[in-house]
Design a protein. Structure first.
Length: 475
């Protein structure tokens, strides 16, 4: 069949939505959200801003896309993260029926999902977010024609608008003093802070070079340098505007004017006093200065005396501590070699761990009532071991057990009969063998083991205390 005379069917082109329309479709307000607090359900929310175009760059309303159109620059990193996770599930093309959508609907759905991803990338990157916040905020428009009468209505809100751009760790809002009756020191600190104010705001130029058009890496660096120069030039202008605003604000601040007037009145009063009664004024000033100097000298002397007294008291305490430490150390030495003696190192640890009063109390308890002679060595050992058991250390359990043994040993000693005399030379030689060969110095539980040896091999059973006393008496 011939198709020459068959008329061709014409297809009308479907107009594609422009970028502004795609931005509207990408807005989270296009979603049906059941959350009553969401911006989509806020009747006072105006919806997304129009895209901002500066040169080759175009900035969509990233905050609106992320559901943070009301918070904007105040939105936290956690809010951005949570909203992206929620909206990425809601806006995913598969969840929005892209398979059944028309081409226009499909393009809008995919554009919305892509816009959400772009918004997340921009707002999650501190550098890119600063650039975006810089263009998202209104241009710097600080009042310069105010006077002292309308100072608070015109100037304070302008300072509050600058807070978001402060490039520092402090809260710049704390340095805005809006109270007309605020102390002048607070006002002085306010202007001292704002005189050094540095803004992080960036200024993308309309005629910036497109870095994607660079031929190579070197060319790209060159274009970046050119763009940076253009931004710095605009930033310098912004800095000059802010500085001029701060200077004018200080010049017309009613509180500053009041302070200047007070200082002027004081100078006039001094000049008047100087002219009418110079001598009286000088004498009064001299008397006031002398009184102040005397008070300062007295305070300094009292402070000095207090420091000297404190120093003397400290030295006295240190001297007493050294004395009591030495006394307890000597008491411990007198009982060295006695059954269960903890040893010089443990005694030193005890001395260093206790405070003055505790050392003094312990030493008194281990000294005879007249203070002339130490008490029985067994009592000393028992007292030292009980004190050591009270210390918290790796040896706590071991020391508690040793203290209990010492108490039991002292109780046994109190009921012990006087040992029979050592009249047999063979028994003395057996003791010598036990002490110097079988169980030399350093053997654990030495005297108990010597006692057992003597009981097994000697003619007469001997207690640990008896063999120790005989050994110390010499052979």
């Amino acid at each position: 069949l011939s198709t020459k005379n068959v008329p061709k069917k014409t297809v009308e082109p479907v107009p594609k939505p422009d970028k502004a329309e795609l931005a509207r479709l990408a807005s989270s307000t296009a979603l049906d959200d059941e959350d009553e607090d969401a911006q989509e359900n806020d009747p006072d929310y105006d919806g997304p801003k129009d895209p901002i175009k500066i040169g080759a760059k175009e900035f969509a309303d990233h905050y609106d896309i992320m559901g943070l159109g009301r918070e904007r620059y105040k939105a936290t990193a956690d809010q951005i993260k949570v909203n992206y996770k929620r909206l990425s599930l809601q806006m995913h093309p598969d969840k929005c029926g892209v398979a059944q959508a028309t081409e226009d609907e499909k393009e809008a759905i995919e554009a919305r999902f892509k816009a959400l991803h772009t918004a997340s990338e921009v707002l999650s990157d501190s550098k890119r977010r600063r650039e975006y916040d810089s263009v998202d905020a209104d241009p710097t428009d600080l009042p310069m024609d105010f006077v002292s009468e309308d100072f608070f209505e015109a100037v304070i809100p302008a300072f509050e608008d600058l807070v978001m751009f402060f490039d520092g760790k402090q809260d710049a809002g704390k340095f805005i003093e809006a109270d007309p009756d605020a102390p002048f020191e607070n006002v002085r600190k306010m202007y001292e802070f704002w005189a050094k104010f540095k803004s992080w705001r960036e200024f993308p130029a309309k005629d910036e070079h497109d870095l994607e058009s660079a031929d190579d890496r070197g060319h790209k660096r060159h274009l970046e340098g050119e763009n940076k120069k253009k931004r710095m030039a605009e930033k310098k202008k912004d800095t000059i505007i802010i500085k001029a605003f701060v200077e004018r604000a200080e010049l017309f601040d009613p509180r500053v004017l009041k302070k200047k007037q007070e200082e002027k009145d004081a100078r006039e009063a001094r000049r008047t006093a100087k002219g009418s009664g110079k001598k009286e004024a000088e004498e009064a000033a001299k008397l006031e200065a002398e009184t102040a100097a005397a008070a300062a000298a007295a305070a300094a002397e009292a402070d000095k005396a207090g420091k000297v007294s404190a120093k003397k008291e400290l030295e006295k305490q240190k001297k007493a501590l050294r004395k009591e430490k030495a006394r307890l150390r000597d008491i411990g030495k007198n009982a060295e070699g006695w059954v269960g003696h903890p040893g010089e190192d443990d005694v030193e640890e005890l001395i260093n761990a206790l405070e003055l009063v505790s050392i003094q109390t312990l030493a008194d308890s281990l000294t005879a009532a007249d203070g002339a002679e130490p008490v029985d060595p067994g009592v000393v050992v028992e007292g030292l071991l009980q004190a050591l058991a009270g210390l918290t250390s790796a040896k706590s359990e071991e020391r508690k057990a040793a203290a209990e043994e010492a108490v039991a040993r002292q109780a046994a000693c109190k009921g012990e009969k006087v040992s029979a005399p050592w009249s047999d030379d063979a028994e003395v030689k057996l003791l010598d063998k036990a002490c110097n060969q079988k169980f030399p110095m350093g053997t654990k539980d030495r005297w108990e083991r010597v006692s057992e040896f003597m009981g097994e091999n000697g003619p007469t059973p001997r207690t640990a205390k008896a063999v120790m006393m005989r050994y110390k008496a010499g052979f």
